[in-house]
Write a protein that binds this ligand. Structure first.
Ligand code: ATR
Length: 272
Protein backbone atom coordinates (compact mmCIF):
# COMPACT_ATOMS: atom_id res chain seq x y z
CA UNK A 1 0.00 0.00 0.00
CA UNK A 2 1.26 3.49 -0.84
CA UNK A 3 2.17 5.32 2.34
CA UNK A 4 1.94 9.02 3.13
CA UNK A 5 2.21 10.94 6.38
CA UNK A 6 2.20 14.33 8.00
CA UNK A 7 5.33 14.97 10.03
CA UNK A 8 5.42 17.56 12.82
CA UNK A 9 5.84 18.12 16.53
CA UNK A 10 3.39 18.07 18.16
CA UNK A 11 1.17 16.24 15.68
CA UNK A 12 -1.62 14.48 17.58
CA UNK A 13 -4.15 17.26 16.83
CA UNK A 14 -3.47 17.21 13.07
CA UNK A 15 -6.52 16.93 10.84
CA UNK A 16 -4.44 15.88 7.82
CA UNK A 17 -4.93 12.09 8.26
CA UNK A 18 -8.70 12.60 8.38
CA UNK A 19 -8.68 14.94 5.37
CA UNK A 20 -6.52 12.68 3.21
CA UNK A 21 -8.49 9.65 4.35
CA UNK A 22 -11.70 11.32 3.15
CA UNK A 23 -10.04 12.32 -0.15
CA UNK A 24 -8.83 8.73 -0.69
CA UNK A 25 -12.28 7.32 0.04
CA UNK A 26 -14.01 9.77 -2.29
CA UNK A 27 -11.59 9.25 -5.19
CA UNK A 28 -11.17 5.49 -4.76
CA UNK A 29 -7.44 5.84 -4.19
CA UNK A 30 -5.88 3.09 -2.09
CA UNK A 31 -3.37 4.60 0.31
CA UNK A 32 -2.44 4.94 3.95
CA UNK A 33 -1.93 8.36 5.55
CA UNK A 34 -0.69 8.62 9.12
CA UNK A 35 0.66 11.24 11.53
CA UNK A 36 4.30 11.00 12.57
CA UNK A 37 5.59 12.85 15.62
CA UNK A 38 9.24 13.65 14.95
CA UNK A 39 11.75 14.49 17.66
CA UNK A 40 12.62 18.17 17.22
CA UNK A 41 16.29 17.40 16.62
CA UNK A 42 15.76 14.42 14.30
CA UNK A 43 13.53 15.59 11.46
CA UNK A 44 15.93 14.38 8.77
CA UNK A 45 16.19 10.90 10.30
CA UNK A 46 12.41 10.72 10.62
CA UNK A 47 11.90 11.58 6.94
CA UNK A 48 14.60 9.17 5.76
CA UNK A 49 13.21 6.34 7.90
CA UNK A 50 9.73 6.95 6.53
CA UNK A 51 11.03 6.93 2.96
CA UNK A 52 13.02 3.74 3.60
CA UNK A 53 9.85 2.11 4.95
CA UNK A 54 8.03 2.79 1.69
CA UNK A 55 6.80 6.36 2.18
CA UNK A 56 5.83 7.98 -1.14
CA UNK A 57 5.31 11.51 0.13
CA UNK A 58 4.76 13.59 3.23
CA UNK A 59 3.26 16.78 4.47
CA UNK A 60 5.42 18.81 6.80
CA UNK A 61 4.10 21.08 9.51
CA UNK A 62 5.46 23.07 12.45
CA UNK A 63 8.26 23.33 13.36
CA UNK A 64 9.89 21.61 10.36
CA UNK A 65 8.90 23.61 7.27
CA UNK A 66 12.32 25.29 6.99
CA UNK A 67 14.22 22.05 7.59
CA UNK A 68 12.10 20.35 4.94
CA UNK A 69 13.27 22.99 2.48
CA UNK A 70 16.88 22.24 3.41
CA UNK A 71 16.27 18.54 2.84
CA UNK A 72 14.72 18.97 -0.60
CA UNK A 73 16.77 18.17 -3.69
CA UNK A 74 14.18 19.70 -6.03
CA UNK A 75 12.27 22.56 -4.40
CA UNK A 76 9.71 24.39 -6.55
CA UNK A 77 10.08 28.10 -7.22
CA UNK A 78 7.34 28.83 -4.68
CA UNK A 79 9.15 26.76 -2.07
CA UNK A 80 12.42 28.57 -2.81
CA UNK A 81 10.87 32.00 -2.42
CA UNK A 82 9.08 30.95 0.74
CA UNK A 83 12.20 29.22 2.04
CA UNK A 84 9.73 26.73 3.44
CA UNK A 85 8.09 23.51 2.32
CA UNK A 86 4.88 21.78 3.35
CA UNK A 87 4.82 18.83 0.97
CA UNK A 88 7.46 16.33 -0.11
CA UNK A 89 7.40 13.68 -2.84
CA UNK A 90 9.98 10.91 -2.92
CA UNK A 91 11.25 9.85 -6.33
CA UNK A 92 14.24 7.53 -6.08
CA UNK A 93 17.01 9.60 -4.52
CA UNK A 94 15.24 12.85 -5.27
CA UNK A 95 13.12 14.72 -2.79
CA UNK A 96 10.71 17.02 -4.61
CA UNK A 97 9.29 19.81 -2.48
CA UNK A 98 6.38 22.21 -2.74
CA UNK A 99 4.73 24.83 -0.60
CA UNK A 100 0.97 24.57 -1.14
CA UNK A 101 -0.06 26.79 1.79
CA UNK A 102 -0.32 29.92 -0.36
CA UNK A 103 -2.31 28.32 -3.16
CA UNK A 104 -4.53 26.70 -0.52
CA UNK A 105 -5.16 30.12 0.99
CA UNK A 106 -5.98 31.70 -2.36
CA UNK A 107 -8.26 28.84 -3.41
CA UNK A 108 -10.12 29.06 -0.11
CA UNK A 109 -10.62 32.81 -0.40
CA UNK A 110 -11.83 32.65 -3.99
CA UNK A 111 -13.77 29.38 -4.14
CA UNK A 112 -15.05 28.89 -0.62
CA UNK A 113 -15.30 32.42 0.74
CA UNK A 114 -16.45 33.64 -2.67
CA UNK A 115 -14.16 36.67 -2.58
CA UNK A 116 -12.31 37.70 -5.74
CA UNK A 117 -8.81 39.11 -5.18
CA UNK A 118 -8.56 40.84 -8.53
CA UNK A 119 -8.20 44.59 -8.09
CA UNK A 120 -8.46 44.26 -4.30
CA UNK A 121 -6.30 45.81 -1.61
CA UNK A 122 -4.76 43.00 0.43
CA UNK A 123 -3.00 43.31 3.79
CA UNK A 124 -0.82 40.56 5.24
CA UNK A 125 -0.08 40.93 8.95
CA UNK A 126 3.21 39.24 9.84
CA UNK A 127 6.43 38.67 7.93
CA UNK A 128 7.30 35.06 8.75
CA UNK A 129 6.97 31.86 6.78
CA UNK A 130 3.19 32.05 6.48
CA UNK A 131 3.42 35.43 4.77
CA UNK A 132 6.32 34.36 2.54
CA UNK A 133 4.31 31.41 1.28
CA UNK A 134 1.23 33.52 0.57
CA UNK A 135 2.75 36.40 -1.41
CA UNK A 136 3.25 34.83 -4.87
CA UNK A 137 -0.11 33.03 -5.02
CA UNK A 138 -1.87 36.24 -3.90
CA UNK A 139 0.07 38.29 -6.46
CA UNK A 140 -1.03 35.85 -9.16
CA UNK A 141 -4.63 36.98 -8.68
CA UNK A 142 -3.93 40.54 -9.76
CA UNK A 143 -4.71 42.48 -6.59
CA UNK A 144 -4.45 46.29 -6.69
CA UNK A 145 -2.01 46.18 -3.79
CA UNK A 146 -0.33 43.77 -1.40
CA UNK A 147 0.86 45.34 1.83
CA UNK A 148 2.83 43.57 4.55
CA UNK A 149 2.79 44.96 8.09
CA UNK A 150 4.92 43.49 10.83
CA UNK A 151 5.79 44.21 14.47
CA UNK A 152 9.42 44.23 13.38
CA UNK A 153 9.15 46.52 10.34
CA UNK A 154 12.64 45.61 9.14
CA UNK A 155 11.47 42.04 8.52
CA UNK A 156 8.67 43.32 6.30
CA UNK A 157 11.10 45.54 4.39
CA UNK A 158 13.36 42.52 3.86
CA UNK A 159 10.42 40.77 2.16
CA UNK A 160 10.01 43.72 -0.18
CA UNK A 161 13.58 43.22 -1.35
CA UNK A 162 13.29 39.42 -1.60
CA UNK A 163 10.15 39.56 -3.75
CA UNK A 164 11.08 42.67 -5.77
CA UNK A 165 11.48 40.69 -9.00
CA UNK A 166 7.91 39.38 -8.71
CA UNK A 167 5.73 41.90 -6.92
CA UNK A 168 5.95 45.45 -5.60
CA UNK A 169 5.06 45.04 -1.93
CA UNK A 170 4.16 47.93 0.34
CA UNK A 171 5.84 47.19 3.67
CA UNK A 172 6.07 48.69 7.13
CA UNK A 173 5.05 48.52 10.76
CA UNK A 174 1.49 48.60 12.12
CA UNK A 175 1.82 52.37 12.71
CA UNK A 176 2.16 52.84 8.98
CA UNK A 177 -1.39 51.50 8.47
CA UNK A 178 -2.98 54.69 9.86
CA UNK A 179 -5.39 56.10 7.28
CA UNK A 180 -5.20 53.01 5.01
CA UNK A 181 -7.91 50.43 4.44
CA UNK A 182 -7.98 46.98 2.85
CA UNK A 183 -10.56 44.64 1.30
CA UNK A 184 -8.84 41.50 2.55
CA UNK A 185 -6.93 41.48 5.84
CA UNK A 186 -5.00 38.30 6.61
CA UNK A 187 -3.47 37.37 9.94
CA UNK A 188 -0.27 35.47 9.17
CA UNK A 189 1.27 36.11 12.58
CA UNK A 190 1.44 33.50 15.31
CA UNK A 191 -0.98 35.56 17.45
CA UNK A 192 -3.72 33.17 16.32
CA UNK A 193 -2.12 30.71 18.74
CA UNK A 194 -1.59 33.18 21.59
CA UNK A 195 -3.92 35.73 23.14
CA UNK A 196 -2.05 38.74 21.78
CA UNK A 197 -3.84 41.39 19.75
CA UNK A 198 -2.27 43.22 16.82
CA UNK A 199 -2.24 47.02 17.04
CA UNK A 200 -4.45 47.47 13.96
CA UNK A 201 -6.28 50.77 13.46
CA UNK A 202 -10.04 49.98 13.19
CA UNK A 203 -10.19 51.73 9.81
CA UNK A 204 -7.88 49.11 8.35
CA UNK A 205 -10.96 47.03 7.42
CA UNK A 206 -12.65 48.51 4.35
CA UNK A 207 -16.47 48.23 4.15
CA UNK A 208 -17.34 44.63 3.23
CA UNK A 209 -13.82 43.43 4.06
CA UNK A 210 -12.87 39.80 4.62
CA UNK A 211 -10.86 39.17 7.80
CA UNK A 212 -8.96 35.89 7.51
CA UNK A 213 -7.11 34.08 10.30
CA UNK A 214 -4.65 31.52 8.91
CA UNK A 215 -4.74 29.42 12.07
CA UNK A 216 -7.63 26.95 12.32
CA UNK A 217 -9.60 25.33 15.10
CA UNK A 218 -9.11 28.15 17.62
CA UNK A 219 -12.57 29.68 17.27
CA UNK A 220 -12.68 33.47 17.35
CA UNK A 221 -9.04 34.43 17.80
CA UNK A 222 -8.07 37.90 19.08
CA UNK A 223 -7.63 39.02 15.46
CA UNK A 224 -11.09 37.80 14.44
CA UNK A 225 -12.66 39.36 17.54
CA UNK A 226 -10.92 42.60 16.68
CA UNK A 227 -12.36 42.41 13.17
CA UNK A 228 -15.86 41.71 14.50
CA UNK A 229 -15.56 44.66 16.88
CA UNK A 230 -14.57 46.85 13.93
CA UNK A 231 -17.83 45.79 12.23
CA UNK A 232 -16.46 43.16 9.86
CA UNK A 233 -19.20 40.69 8.92
CA UNK A 234 -17.08 38.32 6.89
CA UNK A 235 -14.56 36.43 9.03
CA UNK A 236 -12.86 33.09 8.35
CA UNK A 237 -10.26 30.88 9.93
CA UNK A 238 -7.75 28.67 8.12
CA UNK A 239 -9.66 25.40 7.99
CA UNK A 240 -10.49 25.89 4.31
CA UNK A 241 -6.87 26.79 3.60
CA UNK A 242 -5.80 23.56 5.30
CA UNK A 243 -8.19 21.48 3.21
CA UNK A 244 -7.34 23.26 -0.05
CA UNK A 245 -3.59 22.82 0.46
CA UNK A 246 -4.26 19.15 1.22
CA UNK A 247 -6.13 18.84 -2.08
CA UNK A 248 -3.14 20.31 -3.92
CA UNK A 249 -0.79 17.79 -2.29
CA UNK A 250 -3.18 14.90 -2.97
CA UNK A 251 -3.34 15.85 -6.65
CA UNK A 252 0.45 16.23 -6.82
CA UNK A 253 0.96 12.78 -5.33
CA UNK A 254 -1.90 10.86 -6.90
CA UNK A 255 -2.77 12.73 -10.10
CA UNK A 256 -6.41 12.96 -9.00
CA UNK A 257 -8.17 16.11 -7.84
CA UNK A 258 -10.42 15.52 -4.81
CA UNK A 259 -13.57 17.58 -4.25
CA UNK A 260 -12.90 19.76 -1.20
CA UNK A 261 -16.50 20.88 -0.61
CA UNK A 262 -17.79 17.87 1.39
CA UNK A 263 -14.64 17.86 3.53
CA UNK A 264 -14.98 21.58 4.24
CA UNK A 265 -18.63 21.08 5.17
CA UNK A 266 -17.65 18.30 7.53
CA UNK A 267 -14.74 20.08 9.26
CA UNK A 268 -15.95 23.67 9.44
CA UNK A 269 -17.15 24.75 12.85
CA UNK A 270 -19.01 28.04 13.35
CA UNK A 271 -16.77 30.84 14.60
CA UNK A 272 -18.30 31.89 17.91
P1 ATR B 1 5.54 31.59 10.76
O1 ATR B 1 6.57 30.80 10.03
O2 ATR B 1 4.40 30.78 11.31
O3 ATR B 1 5.06 32.78 10.01
P2 ATR B 1 7.46 33.05 12.29
O4 ATR B 1 8.38 33.05 11.14
O5 ATR B 1 7.99 32.76 13.64
O6 ATR B 1 6.28 32.06 12.10
O7 ATR B 1 6.72 34.46 12.28
C1 ATR B 1 5.83 34.79 13.28
C2 ATR B 1 5.18 36.12 12.93
O8 ATR B 1 4.27 36.48 13.98
C3 ATR B 1 6.17 37.27 12.83
O9 ATR B 1 5.72 38.16 11.83
C4 ATR B 1 6.07 37.91 14.22
O10 ATR B 1 6.45 39.26 14.26
P3 ATR B 1 8.00 39.67 14.46
O11 ATR B 1 8.67 39.39 13.16
O12 ATR B 1 7.98 41.10 14.81
O13 ATR B 1 8.51 38.79 15.58
C5 ATR B 1 4.60 37.76 14.47
N1 ATR B 1 4.25 37.85 15.89
C6 ATR B 1 4.40 36.91 16.84
N2 ATR B 1 3.91 37.33 18.03
C7 ATR B 1 3.45 38.59 17.83
C8 ATR B 1 2.82 39.57 18.66
N3 ATR B 1 2.58 39.34 19.96
N4 ATR B 1 2.48 40.74 18.10
C9 ATR B 1 2.71 40.99 16.79
N5 ATR B 1 3.29 40.11 15.96
C10 ATR B 1 3.66 38.93 16.46
Amino acid sequence: IDRYAVIGHPISHSKSPLIHGLFAQATGQVLEYTAIDSPVDAFRDTVMAFRAAGGRGANVTLPFKLQAFELATDPSQGARLAGAVNALKFDGDRILAENFDGIGLVNDIIRNQGVSLTGKRVLLCGAGGATRGAILPLAGQGPALIAVANRTAAKAHALKADFAAHVDLQTGGYDDLAGLSFDVVLNATSTGLSQDTLPLPPGVFAPGALAYEMVYGKGLTPFLKQARTAGVARVADGVGMLIEQAAEAFQWWRGVRPDTRPVIERLTVPLV
